[in-house]
Ligand binder design. Structure first.
Ligand code: C2E
Ligand code: MG
Ligand code: MG
Ligand code: MG
Length: 292
């Protein structure tokens, strides 16, 4: 009896496993097809200095414009390809698409720094620098200084010395770096110490809780202090309300990105937004609150 049950269980497990593998394979094929079919798009979300109102840049965020499913968020497809060479291919598409967009904006008088997310895996490719500089060659009017690379999942970085060298080489060329989701994952402080990133991007989980959780305020305060000591800039992500922004300003964090400013939007909308953004009016409340 028991043996039979065990055997049945094994068969069920086996079938499920098989189905999983097949689904995974199919998903990969769909994504590969989407890349060839040009179904990916970049949305852009502004970053502003809340104290001055100046727009300091935009983060490019990938979406899949699926013919049937509509707009698919990155969380739904990036995990499928994370351990696959396709992730590197898609990562390169993102940099290329951002450069192409920046170049179009440049032609109509909008010069803006764009931040692009890169996975630890992408950054650790042996030819990362060569590929990046090769992409730049296609856009001679753009300078590396217009690009910031936001490093994701720093805890997946394996060879710290190699990565440090890659960052330094890129910085010499003019590229800037940020440590994304800073404060989450293990040993953030080790990465702060070793990786010469220009910017720390405080994870939105700390920002979300700051209005009613003193622990989050303590963490924000601590990160801001560390950033100052290490001479890094800091930006807060996930700034959803004016109240969050006001408190961040009081803590000494001027740079912000979040729904309180604007949601990620298609490139065309971003252009319109940037011409209508009136920092003097939109952030009046914040300016008053921060003047003490
Ligand atoms: P991330 O790089 O930390 O990006 C910030 C995420 O927070 C974005 O989600 C953005 O839409 C969202 N967000 C911005 N402001 C607010 C806010 O005020 N409140 C809330 N609740 N959320 C806010 P999104 O676009 O869904 O991207 C999720 C993650 O997917 C990104 O997190 C990043 O890890 C990854 N990702 C996005 N685009 C790319 C890409 O081109 N390449 C790679 N490798 N990863 C990407
Ligand atoms: Mg990011
Ligand atoms: Mg982030
Ligand atoms: Mg995040």
């Amino acid at each position: 009896q028991a043996k039979l049950a065990g055997k049945n269980r094994y068969h069920i497990f086996d079938a499920a496993l098989d189905l999983n593998i097949r689904n995974h394979h199919e998903s990969l094929e769909r994504i590969r097809h989407a890349l060839v079919n040009d179904e990916f798009v970049l949305y852009y979300q502004p970053k502003v200095n809340m104290r001055t109102g100046v727009v300091t840049g935009a983060e490019a965020l990938i979406r899949w414009q699926h013919p049937e499913l509509g707009l698919v968020p990155p969380a739904d497809f990036l995990s499928i390809i994370e351990d696959h060479p396709l992730a590197v291919e898609l990562g390169e598409w993102v940099i290329k698409a951002a450069l192409s967009q920046m170049s179009d904006w440049h032609d109509v008088g909008l010069d803006i720094t764009v931040s692009v997310n890169i996975s630890a895996r992408q950054l650790q490719q042996s030819d990362f620098v060569e590929r990046l500089t090769a992409l730049m060659l296609a856009y001679p009017q753009m300078t590396p200084g217009c690009i910031e690379l936001e490093i994701l999942e720093t805890s997946a970085l394996e060879d710290m010395l190699h990565v440090t060298q890659v960052i330094e080489t890129c910085q010499k060329i003019g590229f800037k770096f940020a440590l994304d989701d800073f404060g989450t994952g293990y040993s953030s402080l080790t990465y702060l110490k070793h990786l010469p990133a220009n910017m720390l991007k405080i994870d939105q989980s700390f920002v979300r809780g700051m209005l009613d959780n003193p622990d989050d305020v303590a963490i924000l305060d601590g990160v801001l202090g560390l950033a100052k000591a290490f001479r890094r800039q800091v930006i807060a992500e996930g700034v959803e309300t004016i109240a969050h922004g006001a408190m961040l300003l009081q803590l000494g964090c001027d740079l912000a990105q979040g729904y309180a400013i604007a949601r990620p939007m298609p490139a065309i909308d971003f252009h319109v937004w940037s011409t209508t953004w009136r920092p003097d009016i939109a952030w009046q409340d914040l300016h008053v609150l921060s003047r003490d």
